[in-house]
Design a protein around this ligand. Structure first.
Ligand SMILES: [Zn+2]
Length: 316
């Protein structure tokens, strides 16, 4: 068996099933107890500090200093700072039972436009999975819609989501060290998981802020399809769009239309990690991940990225 070739083609399939989207959290997860180790996130963050800046320099030279513009520099310390300024907590269960309020009135905007989508997600033939999700992005928007603060209890500490930068990330069971194809086990490169963390961190940016009129729109929407097609402020939280007809992930919220979204930020990190890699198998995986993230960007961004985050703006 040509192990390399098989790995490459199977990876394409596997990656196309991995979805990273906050809006799927509420409906896509079952209630089984989760045993993912938060320790793996800690380890990946410790390792990111050793990130070799040579790959970043190569991305910078190819793409108008984009790595430095996105992450504030090329070093592991810069990457860690990018993450830590956007994510404060990572949890392995959704703490639904200790969230206040525990029910939201305005949930139409998160409704799945097509019930068949979720059916296909949970069917056996399509083992779509989610590695992580940024819960606070959704919760902060909920707090604006409901007009009340959202609080969660995390390991005994009560945390109030006052801004998108109060990042709380859910780490799913698929955030793990290995994956299996045809009964054979392979190691995920740490950079793959680190890319997921970077992706989720970008969801903590309410780039450009949000206005009361935008909140009013979200209150009126009855499906995520409307958010995808009509919401003018997707940069606030870098909300994904539904992938278009003909795309491998058609109708799933796994594509970006708004500029400098989570997939594009993740893509350039992975590209740099690919350049750094000295291991053939790892290179193959990272190349596939880079291609997969690029496929989800429907309109490559131009100009300089705005990496800021604002809150609720005034009317007008
Ligand atoms: Zn995402």
């Amino acid at each position: 068996m040509n192990r390399g070739g098989s790995l490459k083609t199977s990876l394409f399939f596997l990656l196309s099933l991995i979805l990273l989207q906050a809006s799927l959290v509420a409906c896509g997860k079952d209630d089984t107890k989760i045993s993912t180790e938060v320790g793996l996130v800690d380890q990946d963050l410790a390792d990111i500090q050793e990130f070799n800046s040579q790959g970043a320099a190569r991305v910078d030279s190819e793409k108008k200093q984009i790595f430095t513009k996105l992450f504030g520099g090329r070093s592991g310390a810069d990457l860690l700072n990018f993450f830590q300024s956007r994510v404060k907590y990572w949890i392995t269960d959704e703490t639904e039972d200790v969230r206040f309020p525990n029910r939201f009135r305005y949930v139409g905007w998160l409704q799945d436009p097509d019930p068949r989508m979720l059916a296909s997600l949970s069917s056996n033939e399509s083992k779509a999975s989610m590695m992580a999700a940024n819960l606070s992005t959704e919760w902060w928007l909920h707090s604006l819609l409901e007009g009340v603060p959202v609080r969660v209890s995390i390991r005994g500490e009560t945390v109030q989501v006052n801004s998108m930068r109060d990042g709380i990330i859910y780490v799913a069971p698929d955030y793990k060290e290995t994956f299996e194809i045809d009964g054979e086990q392979f190691d995920w490169p740490a950079a793959y998981r680190q890319g997921v963390l970077i992706h989720e961190a970008r969801h903590s940016d309410c780039t450009g802020g949000i206005r009361p009129s935008d909140i009013a729109l979200l209150k009126r929407y009855t499906s995520y399809l409307q958010v995808s097609e009509e919401f003018p402020r997707k940069e606030c939280g870098h909300l994904h769009s539904l992938c278009p007809r003909g795309h491998d992930l058609a109708a799933l919220p796994a594509c970006d239309v708004a500029p400098w979204g989570s997939y594009e930020v993740e893509h350039y990190f992975i590209q740099a990690a690919y350049y750094n890699s000295k291991n053939f198998q790892e290179q193959q995986i990272l190349k596939a991940v880079a291609a997969d993230t690029w496929d989800r960007i429907l309109k490559p961004s131009t100009g300089d990225p705005d990496m800021g985050s604002s809150g609720l703006l005034g009317a007008s």
